[in-house]
Design a protein around this ligand. Structure first.
Ligand SMILES: NC(=O)c1ccc[n+]([C@@H]2O[C@H](COP(=O)([O-])OP(=O)(O)OC[C@H]3O[C@@H](n4cnc5c(N)ncnc54)[C@H](O)[C@@H]3O)[C@@H](O)[C@H]2O)c1
Ligand SMILES: O=C(O)CC[C@@H](O)C(=O)O
Length: 527
């Protein structure tokens, strides 16, 4: 049974996705204080939030069962992503569902600023008919500067063009060709600041964008510029904006978001040239349904073992690519689990070689599963594909991915090589059409074994009678051999025997095998 805590108001249309699942329980408890959330979170498998709830490191560290945090919206600046990743908790968002609403809200803010609609409305509500006080300006032929031309910025650009505005935009991913295709002007940040009559920001809030519009940026703007922030508080330096409004440099500002929310007492709100809404960009029926449905689908997928569509702290995999590579996840994890048993030393470097068909697919998710298999022996079951690479880095294990053309006759071949102080060990596997995964090489020995069950790997000398002795010894301990593979380097030289047996061998049984003089090493692996 999975328990989901809904900590912010999430649309029922989304929750309906989860309600019908009999393995899921939903607890709605909105408006919890950080301390209350910290005290409650331990029993939950999933947490659903919007922008209000701050999911801090201390909350995440108390969340011993948490597997997924669903953010019904775009911005994830209210979630400590590093803490989530370190703790193997996947974070998903709903990046597409509120794009239109945020863009429409931005346009409404631009029009409100230009025609002073909120101020005039307030006047009338206070029984004042003040037509001359609220003379506005047209937006037609004015220049709108967009900082951040992603999903919302792009939609704002098209809407502004519909209002006959000129649009200039800055985004690190915007090219001149793309700008030309959109019928807008391409600019550096400086060009946008210099040329625009209205400046609207649509970047995420990150280290790089915090206070990107500050004193220096205001200095570069036209006198009488209008500023709009429907993205995130913190992108604009609020002190600098306040001063620029008071000095008249900025004619008006429209604000949906501020650094501290809720913000009913902020000094910017005291200025008559500021219009503001309480973080309403995504607050439409449509947007809330869309984001709730998207995020709830992903939460359900993750809890039932499927890959999610909108991961934030893991690369996403398009479904056509996923169907190609998913069958290799199991093979990769088992190869990793097997290989780590071949050394008692601290792993230092891992090389993963992808050959044949595997050389042409997206390998990163396969690598994550291999590393997960490797690390689980020492780090336990909290290693998962969200934190596997992070944890490997923390343990100073370097991971290299290589694509090669050496297929050794297989249509696909994956080899993992593990380097440690005592040397290099390796294991190779393949996926046989219709037959599933096979381990086909252990170090330089060829084998053919299914990667599951109780496996005993024995290094011995290639001499007559060894196999018989070993078989009798196992029989004495009532151990039944299910399959056996043997390979050798030379006649009479080193040889390997891999058995699958019907029960987990006890330590004393392994010790008894080691006592046979022809046997140099015995390793048990449970896959
Ligand atoms: N007010 C609201 O209710 C509301 C609703 C939805 C989204 N948002 C906010 O809007 C932001 C944008 O949403 P989106 O869906 O368009 O995201 P997006 O990822 O599609 O677009 C963000 C764009 O910003 C660009 N960018 C990043 N750093 C930049 C920089 N230093 N300078 C210029 N551009 C930069 C990126 O390249 C990207 O194209 C979200 O992060 C969220 O915080 C607010
Ligand atoms: O939760 C909300 O309504 C705000 C969402 C918005 O800020 C976002 O980043 O998607």
């Amino acid at each position: 049974m999975f328990h989901i805590l809904i900590a912010d108001p999430i649309s029922d249309e989304g929750l309906d996705v989860l309600v019908d699942n009999e393995n899921i329980t939903l607890t709605k408890d909105t408006g919890l204080t950080p301390e209350e959330l910290e005290n409650r979170i331990a029993t939950f498998d999933a947490l659903l939030v919007r922008s209000q709830t701050k999911v801090t490191r201390s909350i995440i560290e108390k969340a011993k069962n948490l597997k997924i945090i669903g953010r019904a919206g775009v911005g994830v600046d209210n979630i400590d992503l590093d803490a989530a990743t370190e703790n193997g908790i996947i974070v998903v968002n709903a990046p597409n569902g509120n794009t239109n609403s945020a863009a429409e809200h931005t346009m409404a803010m631009i029009m409100s600023l230009s025609r002073k609609i909120p101020q005039a409305h307030s006047g009338l509500k206070n029984h004042k008919w003040e037509r001359s006080k609220y003379v506005g300006v047209e937006v037609k032929n004015k220049t709108l500067g967009i900082v951040g031309l992603g999903r919302i910025g792009t939609e704002v650009a098209y809407r502004a063009k519909g209002q006959r505005m000129n649009v200039i935009a800055y985004d690190p991913f915007l090219t001149e060709e793309k700008a030309e295709k959109m019928g807008i002007e391409y600019g550096e940040l400086e060009d946008v600041l210099n040329k625009a009559d209205y400046i609207t920001v649509h970047t995420p809030l990150m280290k790089e964008t915090r206070h990107m519009i500050s004193v220096d940026a205001f200095r570069q703007m036209k006198d009488g510029v209008h500023i709009i922030n429907c993205a995130r508080g913190g992108i604009i330096d609020e002190e600098a904006l306040y001063d620029a409004l008071v000095s008249g440099k900025v004619a008006g500002a429209a604000i949906d978001v501020l650094e501290e929310e809720p913000f009913q007492d902020h000094k910017l709100l005291e200025l008559s040239q500021v219009v503001a809404t309480p973080h309403l960009g995504a607050s439409t029926v449509e947007a809330q349904e869309n984001v709730a449905i998207d995020v709830c689908h992903d939460v359900q997928k993750h809890l039932t073992g499927d890959l999610v569509k909108n991961p934030v702290n893991m690369p996403s995999v398009p479904s056509d690519v996923l169907s190609q590579i998913e069958p290799y996840f199991h093979l990769a994890e088992k190869l990793g689990m097997f290989l780590i048993r071949l050394t008692e030393d601290v792993p230092e470097e891992v090389n993963i070689y992808y050959s044949g068909e595997l050389a042409d697919v997206k390998i990163a998710p396969i690598t994550r599963n291999a590393v997960k298999g490797l690390l689980q022996r020492h780090l336990g079951s909290h290693v998962n594909d969200v934190n596997a690479l992070y944890l490997a880095g923390k343990k100073d294990i370097t991971i290299h991915e290589n694509r090669t053309s050496t297929t050794e006759g297989f249509t696909n071949l994956m080899t993992i090589e593990l380097k440690s102080k005592s040397g290099t060990r390796s294991v190779s596997g393949t996926l046989l059409n219709g037959l599933g995964a096979r381990i086909v090489r252990v170090d330089h020995y060829s084998v053919d074994m299914m990667p599951h069950g109780h496996i005993v790997m024995i290094h011995h000398q290639d001499l007559p009678g060894v196999i018989g002795k070993m078989g009798s010894l196992l029989a004495e301990h009532h151990i039944n051999i299910a399959t056996m593979q043997v390979d050798r380097s030379d006649i009479g030289g080193d040889a390997i025997m891999i058995l699958t047996i019907d029960k987990n061998p006890e330590q004393k049984e392994l010790e008894a095998l080691k006592e046979l003089e022809e046997i140099s090493d015995v390793t048990a692996v449970d896959l």
